[in-house]
Design a protein around this ligand. Sequence first.
Ligand code: HEM
Length: 504
Amino acid sequence: MAIFRNLDIFLIVLSLGSIFIICFYRKISRELQSEPTNWPVVGMFPAALQNLHRAHEYATQVLRECGGTYELKGPWFLNLDIMFTCDPANIHHIFTKNFPNYPKGPQFRKIFEILGDGIFNVDDKLWEIHRRITLSFLTNSKFYTLLERNTWRKMDVGLIPVLDYFCEHGKDFDLQDIFQRFTFDSICKLVLDYDPGSLCIDLPYIPCEKAFSNSVAPLLHRHILPERIWRLQQWLNFGNEKKLAEAKKAFDDFILPRVSFKDEEQEDDFNVMKIFKKFYEEKNIESSGDLSEFLKDTALSLMFAGRDTTSTCLTWLFWLIAKNPSTENKILQEIETELRVKQDSTGRVFNVEESRKLVYLHGALCESLRLFPPIALEHKSPVNDDILPSGHHLRKNSKVIISFYSVGRLETVWGKDCLDFKPERWISGKGMTRHEASYNFPAFNVGPRTCIGKEMAFIQMKIVAATMIYRYRVELVEGHPVAPLDSVVLHAKHGLRVRLSKRN
Ligand code: HEM
């Protein structure tokens, strides 16, 4: 009998042990497959927090395994479930076909409250006004003359002297920081008619310039944390919320004095802030603040658009080229053959028309935007219940996050070599730039809210990239870690440390 009793105990222990091992194995293998475990009470929140330091990569892995759409379950009672998607059919549906059902809405506005009544944050009439006025400015022929003149000037007095200095002293430096200063000075000149001179050899600390970088990671955290938690942090002025409060102060201090025009200055030339001021006064625009606040919000959105996107694309372009040296030779060849134009101290100076001949460089920029879209995700909330083309149901006011980062890495769209940097994929058989539907390549957004600075961005980026590649060899500093930042804007987390040498 004792033997049988011992055998019973042995079998029970064996069964429990097996169950434990199977559960443990299943949990580990689920984690290896990256699909998050849905725990009682806390939902998938632990997996989200655990992977917050590699948010874009993790979302891409999960989405790839789940066919492009996945619902992340938040803790019970917190109303934090989020639908993630990178399915091009869903993107086309949300951004274009059913656009009226997906305004920016109150949730977006709360997260991006720092942008106030600027174009990124508003819907309906106010958005239409912003878009119309900004477009009229960006498509005016005077604008391109101004853009060309300002960009080449900034190259001559800012970028080239600074790069020559690092080159002559054999010093390594953060190329991302240099690009951010370049685009900050350039966009300030265009929007505020004022060049703060952040790009010079001393690399001065300008709080507003750094405030852009300091605010993008906290903004991603607001997407994932429950509102009550980040509101509490805001009230306590602590952590990420403290960074946002400091950024807001830096923006106010920098922009407000520069949009308070005196009356006698009004009647003059081509200036986007003055166009907005005139419109505001004539049409009595409905905004939540007074005129100065409205102009500050308008300027801040345009500065965000112009500073962070182009500098991020250029940073990843130079990293990708350094990792794929054969592409550098092709860009050089293209500059040699296509830009037989006048030379000055900067190198080969070319105009907007001539920049269109740089088809291979254009492809390289598109590859940088595909693999590292500067705006890595979009956040939407439907006004009414909806069913996505993938069959997923969305309740009204629920959250849907569209990962632009993941779309560019989809094998189903870009093929087996989707992770490779191949500028050639953007060139058609006739040697022209190949068009790609925006829902497959959403770096510049999709539908009625498509970016209106795309043309300007390509012109600026080609001037910078062609000039730099023509003048310098860019070498990565060995051992320096390079990875995307977990933020709404896809900066390189630790910058991009490089060393330059001059070409003959
Ligand atoms: C590589 C460079 C750029 C990229 C990847 C890019 C990308 C984007 C994206 C994804 C959006 C949609 C944002 C949203 O709705 O939340 C957007 C909107 C916008 N972009 Fe760009 N952008 C770039 C450069 C620029 C430049 C240089 C400007 C000029 C100032 C600009 C002006 C705008 C404006 C005004 C909007 C708002 C459009 C609207 O809501 O109707 N962008 N851009």
